[in-house]
Design a protein around this ligand. Structure first.
Ligand code: MN
Length: 432
């Protein structure tokens, strides 16, 4: 599959480019009045990159059904092409977050060469101890690392270590462990015992990590367990990270919180603890909906990025969480959804870069509630369309990446090139 058609579609017409520069000049003037420098904001926003999950390039589904579209990638090799497409259009998605075993390659070294030829690298790899795989000896029905059965726990440790080994060959530097472990009924398991068994299992995984690797623990309050989840909140995740060691960090999945949770506060706490590892970006209305990041609660996404930009300023360049996407695209074309997501994330980052932080500190010191809030609203309400388009333009992407994707005819081309294998090769679960 050629990327040339995307790059050609990404090149703006003379009229579009002229209009873009007029918009950019206007924004520069608006920012100048606030004492902000457009060039500075463009440069800082350009630092943002996000990894694309291998499991969200085909249509997802719910427990009720799945409605795949034409031209979806048939295997992990074609998924790399789709990630390269997202990167070609946005200039901000140069890495893949691979799921094992869903997207485990027969030859990881060959997959790495394939990715590199497409200009891609690998972010955190993801293990799976929440499903039984064909031929698997022991079932995870009653948990994996938390299981009461030592043989089940040993199998789970072995699997996660294997995922690390695959990741080493791919050039990844981190593993994300999300555990479905939990119970549906009071009394089903010891709440303390289950946690201690998980910690013990993660210690065995941690000992297997190469010295330059990081282990991310991902919390989730409920689903599939409906009474108790072992790593149910950021406090449990932090306890694990602190018990394991310096290279264990907490991963925040935006959809893994109960309604109305103040997620930016969770982020701030983890920054203070020095244990913010990374993100799974998505959005939700009710539960772990895995909708497009910024589609439901854009102000929340901005406030999360506000904490990140603030932390970057205080901590310095060593503050570098792993930014990843975790979504399920049930209705949208998965590639359009992914491109739209990267755009939303870049826009949230750009807005956070426009917060006048010195002024905000002054308002906070003076207990000026209204002006402190106005300071954030001013940045949030700024139209950053031209700013983000400029970031993309300088990185070889499109001014309007979704429009460029449609204009390229990629999907119709893929439908022909990828015909005959029955669409996607697996049915991803609604969420993880
Ligand atoms: Mn996740």
């Amino acid at each position: 599959m050629t990327l040339d058609r995307l790059r050609a579609a990404a090149r703006p017409t003379a009229d579009a480019e002229a209009a873009h520069h007029r918009d950019l000049d206007h924004l520069a003037e608006v920012l100048q009045r606030r004492g902000l420098d457009l060039e500075d904001a463009v440069r800082r926003t350009s630092e943002f990159e996000v990894a694309i999950p291998s499991w969200a390039l085909g249509t997802g589904g719910t427990r009720f059904g799945r409605f795949p579209g034409p031209g979806e990638p048939r295997d992990v090799w074609e998924k790399m092409e789709d990630v390269a497409a997202v990167h070609a259009l946005t200039g901000a998605a140069p890495r893949v977050s691979l799921h094992v075993p869903w997207d485990e390659p027969d030859d990881p070294a060959a997959l790495r060469r394939h990715a590199e030829a497409l200009g891609l690298g690998f972010d955190a790899v993801n293990s799976n101890t929440f499903q039984d795989q064909p031929g698997q000896r022991h079932s995870y029905k009653f948990g994996s690392l938390s299981s009461a059965d030592a043989a089940v726990r040993a199998q789970a440790v072995e699997h996660i270590r294997h995922v690390v080994d695959v990741g080493v060959t791919l050039g990844s530097k981190a593993i994300t462990v999300w555990l479905a472990d939990g119970t549906n009924y009071p009394g089903q398991a010891s709440l303390r015992g289950a946690f201690e068994r998980v910690l013990d299992g993660l210690r065995q995984v941690y000992r297997h990590l190469p010295p330059d690797w990081t282990l991310f623990t991902e919390h989730k309050p409920y689903e599939p367990a409906f009474y108790s989840t072992v790593v149910q909140d950021w406090g449990s995740s932090l306890m694990l990270a602190q018990a394991l060691g310096e290279r264990a960090r907490c991963l925040v999945d935006l959809g893994h919180h109960l309604p109305n949770t103040n997620i930016e506060l969770v982020v701030a706490r983890l920054v203070t603890a020095g244990r913010l590892g990374g993100f799974h970006f998505n959005d939700s209305k009710y539960g772990d909906d895995d909708l497009t990041a910024g589609s439901i609660k854009p102000y929340q996404l901005f406030l999360v990025f506000n904490e990140l930009v603030d932390a970057r300023r205080d901590v310095g360049p060593s503050f570098a969480p792993a930014y990843m996407i975790d979504q399920s695209h049930n209705l949208k074309d998965p590639l359009e959804a992914m491109v739209q997501t990267v755009d939303h994330l870049q826009a949230a980052r750009a807005r956070a870069e426009l917060v006048r932080r010195d002024a905000l500190e002054g308002y906070q010191a003076a207990n000026d509630v209204v002006y402190a809030e106005r300071c954030l609203r001013e940045a949030f309400e700024t139209d950053v369309t031209a700013l983000v388009a400029e970031v993309r333009r300088r990185r070889g992407g499109a001014l309007d990446p979704v429009a460029a994707f449609r204009a390229s005819g990629w999907r119709a081309f893929a439908a022909t090139a990828r015909a005959g294998a029955g669409g996607a090769t697996y049915v991803p679960p609604q969420s993880l």
